[in-house]
Design a protein around this ligand. Structure first.
Ligand code: COA
Length: 371
């Protein structure tokens, strides 16, 4: 497809040393490391260090990095005031978008030498922003946004549920954060790079990215996938219902991909976690419904699930409310966005494409009275 046909599909929009997505239709590497190895053997904090600080940390570096992130979790009092003013029925993505922007007014970027510290600060505070807003509006409770949890996954689940999560739930979210951390020139990352390329500040770039991730064709697909699967109470009902949707040409959220053509390498990994969590909570319906939809979409349209599809049931069984699925994606993708902002700045050029004009030919201006 040419750029003229839309969506910049297939267009090389720049160079990057951060990750490879779908070479030969499949596969994903972060700075050369395969996603299977990272998901099986690393923690999200190691991956964030790899992306933001350029290398996998040593044991000592990892311990220092975890301590640093833990020390950055506190929210300024004025930010808490703002979170209290955001309506209770706001979407949590809007809470993060506003929280990110507001933190940028309290702790503005004055020197790009501190850009990695801002990335770490945002990653450390995002779970607290969401959880503070959520508990304040749900129960009028002003929670402490510090926990003793070393991982971002454990920290978020503890803040959200006000008790430590199961080991399985914590590791499931940890793995999902690894899978969501980076994905090349996707829409939100590209938005961050466009903003960065104007020499704007770090917070503006991340705010642009959050706004872009929100839509259901991008990060919002995990919430839309949940809305789909929870409609059905059995695999049979799902097959009938989704077949009807396909006949009506409805897009099935959580399926298909712009770059992958064979499969999404992240899907099988999160699918396994979805199964483990379903077993742990002894609730198999969502998993069975998901598998039925997967089989049908493959048989009928040769469409495969992307990361968002099985993330839906996995997150649900971790006790995460549906409208917080995309915010969890933000916690993680902040590492990837940061890596791209830093890379863009290192070799910057304003991003400003041209378009093919398809409007009217030049014509004479018509005075107001004569129109
Ligand atoms: N359900 C049903 N049909 C789908 C589909 C889906 N999820 N994804 C793609 N298709 C079909 C389109 O209807 C289109 O068919 P057509 O040529 O007969 O009109 C064809 O496949 C190409 O789709 P298109 O949307 O033009 O491709 P794209 O490269 O622009 O889209 C996505 C990529 C990801 C936007 C698209 O697959 C999609 O909308 N998926 C659902 C949202 C989602 O899960 N997003 C998260 C991505 S990680």
């Amino acid at each position: 497809m040419s750029a003229k046909q839309g969506g910049l599909a297939g267009v090389e929009a720049g160079e990057s040393a951060i990750c490879t997505v779908g070479q030969s239709g499949a596969g994903l590497n972060y700075r050369g490391y395969g996603i299977d190895d990272l998901a099986a053997k690393a923690s999200f904090e190691e991956v964030a260090h790899l992306l933001i600080h350029d290398c996998l940390p040593t044991k000592a570096q990892l311990a220092a990095y975890q301590d640093k992130l833990m020390s950055l979790r506190g929210l300024p009092a004025t930010l808490c005031d703002v979170l209290e003013m955001i309506p209770a029925n706001a979407h949590p993505m809007d809470v993060l978008r506003s929280g990110c922007s507001f933190l940028g007014t309290l702790e503005p970027e004055t020197d790009t030498a501190n850009q990695r510290d801002i990335a770490d600060r945002l990653m450390a505070t995002f779970p607290g922003m969401i959880a503070y807003w959520y508990h304040y509006h749900k129960e009028g409770k002003r929670i402490d946004t510090q926990t003793e949890q070393k991982t971002l996954a454990g920290h978020f689940l503890t803040l959200l549920q006000q008790q430590a999560p199961s080991t399985l739930a914590e590791r499931c979210v940890d793995v999902s954060l690894i899978l969501y951390a980076e994905h090349g020139f996707n829409a939100s990352t590209f938005a961050a790079r466009v903003t960065t390329a104007t020499l704007s500040d770090f917070y503006s770039a991340i705010t642009s990215a959050i706004g872009t991730l929100r839509g259901p064709l991008h990060g919002g697909a995990n919430e839309a996938a949940m809305a789909l699967i929870e409609q059905f109470d059995s695999a049979e009902a799902a097959k009938t219902g989704v077949a009807k949707m396909l006949q009506e040409k409805v897009k099935i959220m959580g399926f298909g991909h712009r770059v992958y053509t064979v499969s999404d390498p992240r899907s099988d990994i999160i699918k396994e976690w979805s199964k483990k969590l379903s077993d742990e909570v002894n609730s198999l319906t969502l998993y069975q419904v998901s598998e039925a939809v997967e089989t049908l979409l493959w048989d009928e349209k040769k469409l495969f699930p992307n990361l968002d599809f099985y993330s839906a049931s996995a997150y649900h069984h971790c006790g995460i409310p549906t409208d917080m699925f995309t915010p969890v994606f933000v916690f993680s993708r902040t590492a990837g966005w940061a890596a791209h902002i830093i890379e863009q700045r290192a070799n910057n050029k304003l991003i400003r494409p041209s378009s093919t004009y398809v409007g009217p030919e030049p014509r004479a201006f018509v005075e107001l009275e004569a129109r």
